[in-house]
Design a protein around this ligand. Sequence first.
Ligand code: B12
Ligand code: SF4
Length: 458
Amino acid sequence: MRLYLINPCNPLVGIVKVKESRWNRYRVWKPLSLMVLAGLTPPEWEISIVDENFGAPDYPSMPRPDLVGITAFTSQANRAYEVAAHFRRLGVPVVMGGIHATMCLDEVMERVDSVVTGEAEGIWSQVLEDTRHGSLKRRYDGGLAEINDVPLARHDLLATGYALGAIQTTRGCPLNCSFCSVTAFNGAQYRQRPIPDVVREFQSVREKHVLVVDDNLIGTRRDHIARAKDLFRAMAQANLRKEWIAQATINFADDEELLALAARAGCSGVFIGFESPTPEGLRELGKKFNLLKGRDFRASVRRIQRHHIPVVGSFIIGLDIDEPGIGRRIAEAASQYGVDNLNVLFLTPLPGTRLWEQMKSQDRIALDAFPDDWKYYTLTFPVARYKHLSLDGIIEEMISCNRTFYSMPRILRRMWGSLWQRRKPLISLVGNLSFRTNLRLNCKAYADFKRQRGNGHD
Ligand code: B12
Ligand code: SF4
């Protein structure tokens, strides 16, 4: 039995041109969901994972599969439907799963043979059995997996071409921010994989550099942190010789022992969601957590950096309280906090989130010609109607934010800081320059966007 597991591309994201530039390697990330599915698949299935980010293959010239499994974030949904249509025309059954299939079940059911909602661990073997017997059902619900049942992902598949490997050590997040799909999808319970499984899986990752895909690597409660420390100890003891980056909440900075252990275990960078420079903004987004204990963000960032761990700060533009000038304000706040890199995204109502419900009820979802418009749901296009910012206004704020933060004098000042603190200044410089180069590409993308879909904002 032959199984194709496909990660569709989003042409707007532009990484399909990966072969054109060496640096693009750093913009293509392993589709871990498909590697986990492969790990759940019994050996009688011959599995090929296709990542269209390396260019869509010539499907007609490939051997006919017995089943096609497609994963998709919302922004990949359009292309997922094209791929599904191709295989369905050949009479090959197509099953789709992942976050978009779970959040937009009806839309997806119309376009594929079978949909798996939720996590796959508890249901995938049933899907395969039903396929063998020609009795595939229209819908399966995997719900939330028992964390001990998460298999080791197949890192032997998809072995080449990626700069970073990928691994997951926890599922879910203890917080529930209004714009984020994680708690809606993975449930409110924060689940941590058994440490020996994680270490064993890390050993099978081929790349030296690894993205830990967890939404919140360390969690928020005392027992979460204690487990994170145990994990880091075990990783250091196993002498993995890996360098990894991860996402965490700002409380990462609050425990010196945790930071020291993370650094020893190979942590070489952390993404932290600051989201908004004001307490009102954090309240609006449901992320009051950042305000606890009257936090001093600059001191927190410094504490992390002292362990030679660079910090990428993430912010959102387009909140109801955001007024003209917010772009510069975010850039100033990020500079003041001292982050090494800044990543700013447009507030985007993703299906299944509280923000989606709120904006929908207020008729503020500007780009709603679905499924076609899903391709703009990359958080890099303003798809909603923003309270105090017009379409042109919010784009100008985004450009001004990035131009301010990535101005040459500020980049040089940051380089000096990271050289002084021995925080991988070269990587930091490359990161900053690549963001700066992207500014030009972004401006072109905004112009195209306004030409094609600007009318949605009328
Ligand atoms: C790593 C990651 C990335 C990587 C991509 C890696 C990749 N190629 O897969 C990068 C950094 C590139 C990225 C980019 C983006 N991401 Co992202 N990302 C994640 C993250 C943190 C982890 C994904 C992961 O590997 N999970 C581990 C696997 C094992 O879990 P899983 O994907 O859920 O898969 C399980 C089930 O869903 C199911 N399943 C999944 N697929 C299939 C398929 C079949 C056939 C079946 C049966 C089952 C099944 O089975 C799996 C095992 O249980 C998630 C958050 C999350 N918790 O998932 C956000 C997340 C998926 N990303 C999100 C977003 C918004 C984006 C971006 C649009 C914006 C951005 N700037 O971040 C871009 C999209 C770029 C594009 N191509 O269009 C949102 C998606 C929401 C949505 N409705 O689409 C999420 C949920 C985060 C959030 N805060 O809301 N992302
Ligand atoms: S802290 Fe991050 S992962 Fe957790 S709910 Fe908020 S945005 Fe989502």
